[in-house]
Write a protein that binds this ligand. Structure first.
Ligand code: FAD
Ligand code: NAD
Length: 448
């Protein structure tokens, strides 16, 4: 028998949950399918457990600084198993709260994968069917696996969250968010880390800041091997070896982390039969309103080819539910100027255009301001570990089109500046703002 409802959501990750909750809030009868516990990548294999690792890494890094400040006996090694349990308890708490909220909101949760059998009908793997005028695809993605010999000898990011012990020597392959974050985290916990990068590091971020970050990572003991194309992996008596092109891939290693991007979960959804086009990498193509080519079917989050960030999936899902059920026919997410933070050491925060893209688009109308300084907390201990901040401005009235910050605190600093940019920030607005002293953030309003 086919059951009827107003909205079917495939996937209970960041995007699917946000869509379902907002639609239910507007009074829609919602069915939410996911074979996994609610939370998706962010809660179980992404942002949340990663940020827990980052907090622990920050504490590890504060210990030498405490000694430099004169603390005696500061320090100690991390009880990995205790920390792993704390992290898991925290994640379990989020999952439980989601389950309670879903029940309270009257959302029917189905612990099964689903696929579309026609435009408004979804079938779960056990054969149960639901029908609705609206179906949202929010099935997210998974780590990309390369078709090269020995790939299975290594880990992907999901595997790092189940580790019972840390490796000694580890190779991280990739140059994006996951590669750089995990290289930094593993290094902070004392692993010997090599980062093998095929092309540019952190494409899309401002090159001046990524160069500074690369320098800092090497200063912290991460061995950077680039440019290198890794063609496979094998094991010998000493450990794991990577097969590179002309360049020496280092090694032997105890572990390899493949961090070579992510692919969307779109294969078994029945989309092609409905005329829904998939992009080159398998993403669902959507318009500005999250509509696919098939009326009544929408997609949000990592399954689309937009920025793969939790707040993006959440915001797109909420806007979509407001449009379908909240009486806001023009509601849609503005994908411009989305801020993001890379939880490296130190963190790298960025919103808007980097200098290269700004110059591509606006030529000589671009003017950049920058400030390089050692934060007081580090300078006090005699360290020279500069932070770098940069404003990218455009036109005679110097509209701020990019803000980039690398340094301690950059992660918490950027959100407010991103609001200002959304409101049309000009350089003169920053000049007119009184600084907060002594902070690192004040540099952003004091650039000459
Ligand atoms: C290591 C790592 C760290 C990250 N850190 C950050 C960060 O710090 N900040 C940030 O903003 N973003 C971060 N991200 C990105 C963020 O996790 C994703 O952008 C976000 O989770 C995307 O949400 P989503 O709802 O689109 O998909 P997902 O969260 O992946 O959820 C998709 C859900 O769909 C389910 N599903 C799949 N197929 C089906 C089916 N056929 N039927 C029903 N259900 C199905 C899956 O089980 C899953 O639960 C990180 C990602 C990774 C991998
Ligand atoms: N802090 C955060 O907000 C955060 C953290 C992690 C992930 N994310 C999100 O998740 C997305 C995915 O992150 P990611 O790091 O998996 O992907 P990514 O797209 O950021 O980086 C993939 C990297 O793999 C490299 N690569 C691809 N194929 C390769 C190959 N065959 N050999 C060697 N290198 C190869 C690419 O050149 C690139 O450097 C990010 O784009 C980001 O949106 C966000």
């Amino acid at each position: 028998m086919t059951q009827l409802c107003d909205l079917i959501v495939l996937g209970a990750g960041s995007g699917g949950l946000a869509t379902a909750f907002r639609a239910a809030h507007h009074g829609a009868k919602v069915v939410l399918l996911d074979p996994a516990p609610p939370g998706g990548t962010c809660v179980h294999r992404g942002c949340v457990p990663k940020k827990a690792l980052w907090y622990a890494a920050q504490l590890a890094q504060q210990q030498p600084l405490a000694r430099e400040y004169g603390f005696h006996g500061a320090g100690g090694t991390l009880d990995w198993e205790r920390f792993r349990q704390l992290r898991q308890d925290y994640v379990d708490g989020i999952t439980t709260r989601y389950e309670e909220r879903l029940q309270k909101a009257g959302i029917q949760r189905v612990p099964n994968a689903g696929r579309l059998v026609d435009a408004g009908t979804v079938q779960a793997v056990d054969g149960t069917r639901w029908q609705a005028p609206h179906v949202v695809i929010a099935t997210g993605g998974r780590p990309r696996r390369l078709d090269i010999p020995g790939f299975d000898l290594g880990w992907v990011s999901d595997d790092l969250f189940t580790l019972r012990a840390l490796p000694g020597r580890v190779a991280v392959v990739g140059g994006g968010y996951v590669a750089v974050e995990f290289a930094g985290l593993l290094r902070a916990f004392g692993c010997e880390v090599s980062l093998l990068v095929r092309g540019s590091l952190l494409d899309g971020f401002d090159a001046e800041l990524t160069d500074a970050l690369a320098e800092r990572m090497q200063h912290d003991g991460i061995r950077m091997i680039r440019p290198i194309e890794v063609r496979g992996a094998h094991r010998d008596a000493q450990g794991l070896r990577l097969d590179g092109d002309d360049m020496d891939a280092g090694g032997p290693y105890d572990a390899v982390l493949w961090a070579v991007g992510r692919v969307p979960n779109t294969e078994s959804l029945g989309l092609e039969a409905l005329g829904i086009a998939l992009g080159r990498q398998g993403h669902v193509s959507v318009d500005d309103y999250q509509n696919t080519a098939c009326p009544g079917i929408y997609a949000v989050g990592d399954v689309t080819d937009r920025k793969e960030l939790t707040p993006v999936a959440v915001a797109a899902g909420r806007r979509l539910a407001d449009r379908l059920f909240g009486g806001e026919p023009r509601a849609r997410l503005d994908y411009d100027n989305i801020p993001s933070v890379l939880f490296s050491e130190p963190p790298l925060a960025s919103v808007g255009l980097d200098e290269a893209r700004a110059r591509e688009q606006h030529g000589d109308a671009v003017r950049c301001y920058r400030s390089q300084f050692t934060p007081m907390q580090l300078a006090l201990a005699g360290r020279r570990e500069p932070s770098l901040m940069k404003l990218v401005c455009m036109g005679d009235d110097e509209r701020v089109v990019g803000i980039h910050a690398l340094g301690p605190g950059a992660d918490e600093m950027l959100q407010g500046f991103a609001v200002a940019m959304k409101l049309g920030l000009r350089k003169r607005d920053l000049d007119a703002t009184v600084a907060i002293h002594p902070t690192s953030a004040e540099e952003l309003v004091l650039m000459g």
